[in-house]
Design a protein. Structure first.
Length: 113
């Protein structure tokens, strides 16, 4: 689900809420504060480890996202490499490479080598 208000884009994926804005960091911080206040009012506990304040780069779903680029995190790439060590030529390899390619084609090419 994605909604826009005051230029802030709100995307919800299962239990993750992502906010983005094309350039007004203050508006994004205000929207983030409103989401956290609403969660508190609803007694919906959000662990501190899950909260990322607005910034130029965030990490969600093992993907580092910033303006204009997305990269699978180094930790996740490492786990994929471990899995690929035992899966070369298998459907699992194709699935991993395909997933990574959907995020970052350069990283997928490096995994495929």
């Amino acid at each position: 689900m994605t909604r826009r208000k005051e230029g802030v884009r709100v995307s919800v994926f299962v239990d993750d809420i992502l906010l983005s804005h094309d350039g007004d960091k203050l508006r994004l911080e205000e929207a983030s504060d409103r989401v956290l206040e609403a969660a508190q009012t609803a007694h919906f506990l959000i662990p501190d480890t899950k909260i990322q304040r607005p910034g130029s780069c965030i990490t969600a779903f093992n993907i580092a996202v910033n303006s204009g680029s997305m990269n699978i995190t180094a930790e996740r790439i490492g786990r994929f490499l471990d899995q690929l060590a035992f899966s070369r030529g298998s459907p699992r390899e194709r699935a991993i490479i395909g997933y990574v390619a959907s995020v970052n084609a350069t990283q997928a090419a490096e995994l495929a080598e």
